[in-house]
Design a binder for this molecule. Structure first.
Ligand SMILES: Cc1cc2nc3c(=O)[nH]c(=O)nc-3n(C[C@H](O)[C@H](O)[C@H](O)COP(=O)(O)OP(=O)(O)OC[C@H]3O[C@@H](n4cnc5c(N)ncnc54)[C@H](O)[C@@H]3O)c2cc1C
Length: 306
């Protein structure tokens, strides 16, 4: 069977594309590893999604998924490992070795957390090192932890952890943090969060679990050993787009290059929406907007093929 459209990704972009495609009566399959995407990692309330003055990441995901499941759409929980084009058709291969066929594809695979790339990182994943404060934070009750990064995500992670952990360090590589003034103010008020700037993380170490990190004070060039039990990585994200590398062009950040008006990639019938493309603003609202745009563009493309 050949679908009209396959959507890869179950975050805000993919779910919105699914809702729009189904309303256009496209025979659609949505394939996703998990529902919700990055918003599942949101540590504090979302306060900038219109219509909801305050909503938790988890509740927003549940509402998005419920809305999607009301549509006439097929859903597969699987990872996509390759998208190919053979003649006019796309073949979408999954990690569980299924292959699905479609006339058009929307890539809405978003982004994964950027790794630290320091000694000890791989060794201590799940043993004191985490990329998701909402998932793993509660395991660190009464402990000392560090958040690596100095942007809003790092500060929000520290705010979340302050209700659980005994002491929190924020380690920022640069001279100044990038978090907005409001988050900086909130962190200051907590009292048990210490912000260390000019800190270059060198190593995560421990026995069975993390018991300290080593960072270089970039001002004095001194190496400092900081005893702690948990490390949370909040240094941004990288697009998960490699499965489409034969069919799209990337910019220097591995984001998929698309036409602004349509979200169309260089391959006719292949679209990319949300955080995986070159769009500068990476937010729920823009991802959802692009999901809608890509689905309606795919509909137009399919009409022209008839
Ligand atoms: C900690 C944090 C806090 C944030 N706070 C806010 C906020 O307050 N307000 C706001 O507007 N935005 C916020 N954002 C940004 C927002 O979460 C993203 O812009 C938005 O989630 C992007 O949606 P997306 O659908 O493009 O991608 P994602 O949310 O990344 O979703 C991608 C989906 O694709 C799936 N996927 C990935 N690869 C594959 C594959 N190979 N095969 C199958 N499925 C795949 C994933 O499982 C996931 O379901 C935050 C992000 C983070 C990390």
């Amino acid at each position: 069977m050949t679908y009209d459209l396959i959507i890869v990704g179950g975050g805000p972009a993919g779910i919105t594309a699914g809702i729009y495609a189904s309303r256009q009566k496209l025979n659609t399959l949505l394939i996703t590893k998990a529902f919700g995407g990055q918003i599942a990692r949101k540590a504090v309330m979302i306060e900038n999604y219109p219509g909801f003055e305050e909503i938790s990441g988890i509740e927003l995901i549940q509402r998005l998924e419920k809305h999607l499941r009301k549509q006439k759409i097929d859903i597969e929980r699987d990872g996509v490992r390759k998208v190919k084009k053979v003649g006019e058709k796309f073949l979408v291969q999954t990690t569980s070795k299924n292959t699905f066929e479609a006339k058009a594809v929307i890539i809405a695979s978003g982004a994964d957390p950027r790794p630290l790339e320091v000694e000890g990182e791989k060794e201590f994943i799940g043993r004191g090192l985490s990329y998701c404060v909402t998932c793993d934070g509660p395991l660190f009750e009464g402990k000392t932890v560090a958040v690596i990064g100095g942007g809003n995500s790092a500060f929000e992670a520290a705010i979340f952890l302050s209700k659980i952990a005994k002491k929190i360090y924020i380690l920022e590589y640069g001279k100044v943090v990038k978090a907005d003034a409001e988050n900086q103010e909130r962190v200051k008020k907590i009292g048990k969060v210490e912000v260390i700037t000019d800190a270059a993380l060198k190593k995560i170490q421990g026995k069975q679990f993390v018991n300290s990190i080593i960072f270089e004070d970039r001002k004095t060039k001194q190496e400092i050993n900081l005893p702690l039990e948990g490390v949370f990585v909040e240094i941004g994200s990288q697009p998960s787009t490699s499965f489409a590398e034969d069919l799209v062009d990337f910019n220097e950040k591995d984001e998929i290059i698309v036409e602004f008006e349509t979200c169309q990639t260089k391959t006719p019938g292949l679209f990319a929406a949300g955080d995986c493309n070159v769009g500068k603003v990476k937010q729920v609202i823009t991802a959802a907007g692009e999901g809608a745009k890509a689905a309606l563009s795919a509909y137009e493309y399919l009409q022209k093929q008839k």
